[in-house]
Design a protein around this ligand. Structure first.
Ligand SMILES: Cc1cc2nc3c(=O)[nH]c(=O)nc-3n(C[C@H](O)[C@H](O)[C@H](O)COP(=O)(O)O)c2cc1C
Length: 377
């Protein structure tokens, strides 16, 4: 059941009463979770979690791109059960929803990333821990040892520290390193600028503390911490640091996806960082087909940005993605109801995917092809 009394999260009770809930007292849809989330958090935390770059054109386009696509159902295919499982990086997963790396979960729940990882585990999803988490990789692994987990890396200016963080993740059972390449600098997020959002303060971010920064910082200070000189030769070097697969996150251009494959990556995430970086770049949905074409099966292709319905995963699969990452909706679940909220958000997406597969006439998620988007394909 939902812990409605914890700290500033005491507002959860009243907010949950404002939406329709299930037998466990949890919202029924992702939109309802978002409504609760927006009632419980402060204005500046909301600006940070929800905001995008500049005019937020890409932020809106991320959701709109999936919504614009029609699904073309086939009927009378005798489908009485569906299989949502899928394979990427050589492993089978029960469904294609992966928890995207997002920073600072301590702003949404007192148990921070530990709550998120528990929710992901309960829903059978991989959890990607951000470098900018309030929980370090060793602490997370100790608290939720059974969670399937990937580690998202921002390469710090201090390479020795970066390597030490990666080694901690490797030693504590993380299964992949996700290197995010579309930051620094941070995008011009005007909502954050208006509310004066700062990172840090009372909640310690272990990686930032280890880098020697103790004062609260804004997104504009990140270039002081992160290495903007990163290039493909660094990716090759990081690939050699461990036996874990390396996934390059934040690729839109087909040539960059190909470069990732050529420099030793095992996968790419087609992503614009949730519309938070350069405004006017294409959505993941729009960039996906070009990337799939360019890499031609050499690496796993994942996509994120604007996934808000289980049926969006069918559309992504039809365009060639192996799986999808989900960012903000996980924060909606976390802020609204902690770990059970995260689990519920993921389970709603899986239920929508199951329903969508049955109604579109596809027995297996894995076997969805371009013809569900285009009858002539
Ligand atoms: C509040 C917030 C924090 C984020 N922090 C990180 C991060 O630390 N590392 C990273 O690689 N991506 C980060 N992202 C980007 C997400 O991993 C993901 O690409 C994006 O949220 C997907 O879009 P969606 O929110 O529409 O699902 C963040 C996104 C949000 C909304």
């Amino acid at each position: 059941m939902v812990d409605i009394d914890a700290g500033p999260w005491g507002r959860r009770g009243a907010a949950l009463e404002s939406v329709a809930t299930d037998a466990d007292g949890l919202p029924l849809t992702l939109a309802d979770f978002r409504s609760v989330f927006s009632q419980v958090l402060s204005e500046s935390t909301l600006a940070y979690y929800e905001g995008g770059g500049a005019d937020e054109l890409t932020l809106a386009e991320n959701v709109n791109s999936w919504q614009r696509m029609n699904l073309w159902p086939r009927v009378l295919r005798g489908i009485d059960s569906v299989d949502t499982s899928c394979e990427f990086l050589g492993r089978r997963m029960p469904h294609p929803f992966i928890v995207a790396p997002t920073a600072f979960h301590g702003l949404a729940d007192p148990d921070a990333e530990i709550a998120t990882a528990r929710g992901a585990l309960d829903a059978g999803a991989i959890y990607t821990l951000s470098t900018l988490a309030h929980t370090g990789p060793v602490e997370l692994a100790a608290a939720v040892p059974d969670a399937r987990r990937w580690f998202q890396l921002y390469v710090l200016r201090d390479r020795a520290l970066t390597r030490a963080i990666v080694e901690e993740a490797v030693a504590s059972g993380f299964e992949a390193i996700v290197i995010t390449v579309d930051l620094p600098p941070a995008g011009r997020r005007e909502r954050e600028m208006r509310t004066g959002f700062t990172l840090g303060g009372d909640l310690v971010v272990p990686s930032i503390a280890a880098a020697g920064t103790t004062e609260p910082i804004t997104m504009f200070d990140l270039p002081n911490l992160f290495d903007a000189t990163l290039s493909w030769s660094d990716i090759e070097q990081i690939v050699r640091w461990s036996d874990l697969p390396v996934i390059v996150k934040g690729v839109l251009h087909p040539r960059d996806a190909l470069a990732a494959a050529e420099h030793g990556a095992a996968g790419v995430v087609v992503s614009n960082h949730g519309g938070r970086q350069l405004d006017s770049v294409p959505s993941g949905a729009a960039a996906l087909a070009g990337v799939v074409d360019a890499v031609h099966g050499r690496v796993s292709v994942l996509v994120d940005g604007g996934i808000r319905r289980g049926t969006d995963a069918i559309k992504a699969r039809a365009l060639g993605a192996d799986a999808v990452l989900v960012g903000r909706p996980i924060l909606y679940g976390l802020a609204a109801a902690g770990s059970p909220g995260v689990s519920a958000v993921l389970k709603i997406l899986v239920a929508e995917l199951e329903n969508g597969l049955a109604l579109v006439g596809e027995r297996r998620f894995d076997e969805v092809t371009a013809s569900v988007l285009n009858p002539e394909a």
